[in-house]
Ligand binder design. Structure first.
Ligand SMILES: NC(=O)c1ccc[n+]([C@@H]2O[C@H](COP(=O)([O-])OP(=O)(O)OC[C@H]3O[C@@H](n4cnc5c(N)ncnc54)[C@H](O)[C@@H]3O)[C@@H](O)[C@H]2O)c1
Ligand SMILES: O=c1ccn([C@@H]2O[C@H](COP(=O)(O)OP(=O)(O)O[C@H]3O[C@H](CO)[C@@H](O)[C@H](O)[C@H]3O)[C@@H](O)[C@H]2O)c(=O)[nH]1
Length: 444
């Protein structure tokens, strides 16, 4: 099938490459001409495991192409995906201007039936807005062309995006049109060989399903972080508690890790947007507000623990050098959007401390965000980040941080102080080795 995808970011590029890989003919379009030029030269704008080879193979075999020409993208296919960003507006609700802009572009250039599929995360009611925007332009053009709007939210995770797309837990399709339903069934047929994963529903339920999933996952994390903060005040160990509750299959072992707060481009903005949707219809979404508030507080916890160690006076961290391991919001990505590391680093600078950081892949991203600064050094490797540091803070649980050489750390950082935002080590073992080890929810 021929497919056009508007927006060649995480979702657009991964979806495009995976849909091409099963045999569809995909054109990825983006208004960012530089991004398209880079892609046409074989360079990827994002770091995602396996994506480079997947893109290269499908480009070479002629199933995947890139363009910044809107008209060409509209003409290319009857199946038109919208996969542009929906960032928070000033009041936290999802800003739909990019989604509507794509819908209008499609309406301006379409000359035959189109199914317009919204893959961006959008509030309930967006499909109606897209429908109206397209109708308005067609009316102005005096064109009578039939089209369908479908909601098909995306559930991939960064760092595991290809596996998530190729083997999805479910494919949610919201439509009231039998014609669109038949096209969507055919489009996703290759992903349903093992068992049927597609769930058809009405458009509004599909739109809400995406927010419900992210809000539920964010709630689990904030709940565990709340419990962790309680555990450390009560002399309990949250890791024991986590395993204790997770063995109940109704609770489960997944996504129960306490830490230094959730980040990324999805949870923070989606919890906030759902809360705004509720407010707009006069409903006070108390649980969502609490999930967000707990997370915002959790993101400051590493700084608080560090400041507490150094005596809590306003200038206690001034002149100190702090090593930071992990800048990305989670492992296997270079994405630093809403990363807990940023809250820590910015607070350290505010307090007059210097930061020496290392991340296996997010160094360029950190350079892009913060530029060159006297108080920010990006180290060659994890051990060099420790030289002359007063403490090490771990923000991201990259594999290579899980079993470090503690002797090497101690040689470079005689203070022997680790603040661990991801509970990577056994507190008893580190204590025996003479370390001051502060982690989440299990102070001993
Ligand atoms: N990143 C994820 O892991 C993820 C997962 C599931 C859902 N989502 C949702 O998917 C949507 C896209 O997220 P993303 O992370 O891929 O965003 P992104 O910022 O990585 O990419 C968006 C792209 O859209 C392009 N764009 C903007 N206006 C355009 C237009 N008029 N025509 C064509 N291209 C245009 C931008 O230039 C950019 O390249 C968001 O709603 C997000 O919440 C993201
Ligand atoms: O037990 C856990 C699990 C995750 N996190 C944190 O939660 C954040 C988000 O992690 P994850 O969900 O793995 O990453 P995303 O790529 O943001 O993916 C989420 O957001 C996407 C965009 O909407 C959805 O498509 C995915 O299904 C959803 O998992 C990260 O900061 C993690 O460190 C924890 O603190 N504890």
């Amino acid at each position: 099938m021929k497919i056009s995808i508007f927006g060649t970011g995480y979702v657009g590029l991964v979806s495009g490459a995976c849909l091409a890989d099963v045999g569809h003919n995909v054109l990825c379009m983006d208004v960012d001409a530089q991004k398209i030029d880079r892609l046409n030269q074989g360079e990827l704008p994002i770091w995602e495991p396996g994506l480079d080879t997947l893109v290269a193979r499908n480009v070479e075999e002629g199933r995947l192409s890139f363009s910044s020409d809107v008209e060409h993208a509209v003409q290319h296919a009857d199946i038109q995906f919208i996969a542009v960003g929906t960032p928070p507006d000033e009041d936290g609700s999802a800003d739909l201007k990019y989604v509507i802009a794509v819908a209008e572009s499609i309406a301006r250039h379409m000359d035959r039936y189109k199914v317009i599929i919204n893959k961006s995360t959008v509030p309930v009611g967006t499909a109606d807005k897209v429908q109206k925007a397209v109708e308005q332009i067609l009316e102005n053009r005096n064109a009578k062309i039939y089209f369908d709007i479908v909601s098909n939210p995306e559930f991939l995770k960064e760092g595991a995006a290809i596996a998530d797309f190729l083997k999805p837990d479910r494919i949610i399709v919201g439509t009231g049109s039998p014609r669109a339903q038949a096209l969507m069934k055919e489009l996703y047929e290759p992903f349903n060989r093992n068992h049927e994963r597609t769930q058809f529903m009405d458009v509004r339920s599909a739109e809400l399903t995406k927010y419900a999933a992210n809000a539920m996952l964010a709630t689990k994390i904030s709940f565990m972080n709340e419990l962790a903060n309680l555990a450390e005040r009560l002399g309990a160990d949250i890791e024991e508690v986590r395993k204790g509750i997770s063995s109940d299959p109704r609770i489960g072992f997944h996504f129960n890790y306490p830490g230094c707060g959730y980040g990324g481009s999805c949870f923070p903005k989606d919890v906030q947007a759902l809360e705004r949707t509720a407010a707009q219809i006069g409903y006070d979404a108390q649980l969502l507000k609490a999930v967000e508030a707990v997370n915002n507080r959790q993101k400051t916890i590493l700084f608080s623990k560090l400041a507490k160690h150094f005596g809590d006076a306003p200038d206690s961290l001034a002149g100190k050098t702090i090593a930071v391991w992990g800048l990305a919001f989670k492992p296997n990505t270079d994405d630093m959007r809403e990363a807990p590391s940023r809250v820590l680093i910015e607070a350290l600078w505010e307090a007059g401390a210097k930061v020496q950081a290392f991340d296996p892949v997010a160094m360029n991203e950190a350079r892009r965000i913060y530029g060159m600064r006297q108080d920010f050094h990006l180290a060659e490797d994890k051990y060099s980040a420790l030289n002359y540091a007063d403490a090490l803070v771990i923000c991201t649980e990259w594999q290579q941080f899980r079993a470090p050489d503690f002797d090497e750390i101690a040689t470079r950082m005689p203070s022997k102080l680790i603040i661990d935002g991801r509970n990577l080590f056994q507190p008893d073992r580190l204590k025996t080795l003479g370390w001051t080890y502060v982690s989440i929810g299990r102070e001993i």
